[in-house]
Design a protein around this ligand. Sequence first.
Ligand SMILES: [Fe+2]
Length: 210
Amino acid sequence: MANLANQTYTAKEFNLSGLKGISDETLEMHFKLYQGYVKETNRLMEKIAGFLEDGQVDQEEMPAYSELTRRLGFESNGMVLHEYYFGNLKKDGGGDPARNSTFFKAAETSFGSYEIWKVDFVGVGKMRGVGWAICYQDPTTGILSNHWITLHEVGNVAGFVPVLVMDVWEHAFLLDYKPAERPKYIEAFFQNINWEAVSSRLRTTKSATR
Ligand SMILES: [Fe+2]
């Protein structure tokens, strides 16, 4: 992700006030956290570009260069996953996806039924630990699978497409629920899903290869 072109990311704006069960206070705090990931991603890319300016990474630069590059994995995934998360929520969203939607059909094909897909996704979301529950689509087969991501960067599947992204770090719900009430937050999350956005992330062709 580091480059010499000095490209910087700009934090996106999300208008999500008035969600069910996820307060505006939580969202305001969460947007600030997200903006921090954008800022830190830019800062790390700039610092790494600084190492590359003389066309090489010297042996004595290697420890600092390595640490910054590892942190870039954490910060940049933190940035991108929050954009997917906020992007799959909306006011007056929620319920179940339409039975004729591409997501509903993909869940049926992949899990036998939407209900079983949901049991699995919610189950992943309840796993102990700090991270994310993510439904991915394998673009080479169209098949959906649910994954646990530790922190932001451990467990993402290379090349798979994030379709539904749920933040289950405690900061996502601690102003609204107790730490042990994560299941209530997950219920609230499902009441605000933007299913149109979720379906639009699915690849309709199977032209991808690896
Ligand atoms: Fe978060």
